[in-house]
Design a binder for this molecule. Structure first.
Ligand code: 1GP
Length: 245
């Protein structure tokens, strides 16, 4: 099954983000095994700073060897492509103030994917950064949408739908003090009919359950996988238990 089809299956999936900069060689496999064991539905690999192409290849290979879930690249730069992954989120930081992050990096990456990584499934993704924004917001020169400005997020989501993005990733930033509000997620969900990811700052079962009840396609957590496998298990259970579709 193609990854996009898997993401669109109708139920809310949980995926685990692994940043190779924080999980160096040899540390990816244990994280993947723990996440798969806890019930995660896929692995995203990428990060905002300090990752080479070799590190990506190694991390993706390690992740593939350790578990059978799809491995998806979540690139922070054009150095983070790998032919060994199943798919790449072809991100455009739609609320960046720097055109490089909206279309420049993509123009650099596209011919590389076409010529060298054409086995990679490409999933165009509107990357919408809100609230804290984290390192992704800073590095991507985003103008993060304030947590309470649901209507602004919905306007971006509708524009992303009309432009034709296959997916939208609503991001509060890795390690954010708090995740995206349920109301903002609901506002985005109501106008964006394709694959919707949400992540950043999700640590507790209650917030995971509340976000899942809105019906995003994928809830992503990263930090808790590194910190506490039991918490990860509880969050995944909450995501799956709350799924309304
Ligand atoms: C970042 O949404 C992910 O894109 C993960 O965030 O590390 O805060 O779970 P956390």
């Amino acid at each position: 099954m193609r990854v996009y089809e898997y993401l669109s299956s109708g139920r809310t999936l949980h995926m685990t983000l692994i940043d190779p900069d924080k999980a160096p060689r040899g540390n990816v496999a244990p994280l993947v095994r723990a996440a798969v064991d806890a019930g995660t539905d896929g692995i995203l690999i990428g990060g905002s700073t300090g990752i080479t192409q070799t590190q990506m290849d190694e991390a993706v290979e390690e992740a593939k060897r350790a578990g059978s879930t799809p491995v998806i690249i979540f690139p922070g730069s054009i150095c983070q492509l790998s032919s060994k992954a199943d798919a790449v989120l072809f991100l455009s930081v739609v609320n960046s103030v720097d055109p490089y992050f909206i279309v420049g990096a993509q123009v650099q990456a596209a011919p590389i994917i076409y010529r060298h990584f054409n086995n990679l499934e490409v999933i165009s993704t509107a990357y919408l950064i809100v609230g804290d924004g984290g390192a992704a917001g800073y590095m991507g020169a985003a103008r993060p949408i304030p947590y309470e400005r649901h209507e602004v997020a919905a306007a971006y989501a509708l524009a992303s739908h009309y432009i034709g993005f296959m997916s939208l990733y609503l991001e509060a930033g890795s390690g954010a003090r708090r995740p995206v509000n349920v109301e903002m997620l609901a506002a985005v969900r109501s106008v964006f009919p394709r694959v919707l990811f949400v992540g950043g700052g999700i640590r507790g079962e209650e917030e995971a359950r509340a976000l899942a009840s809105v019906g995003p396609n994928v809830i992503i957590t990263g930090t808790i996988a590194e910190e506490d496998p039991d918490k990860l298990r509880r969050v995944i259970r909450a995501v799956k238990g709350a799924s309304p579709r």
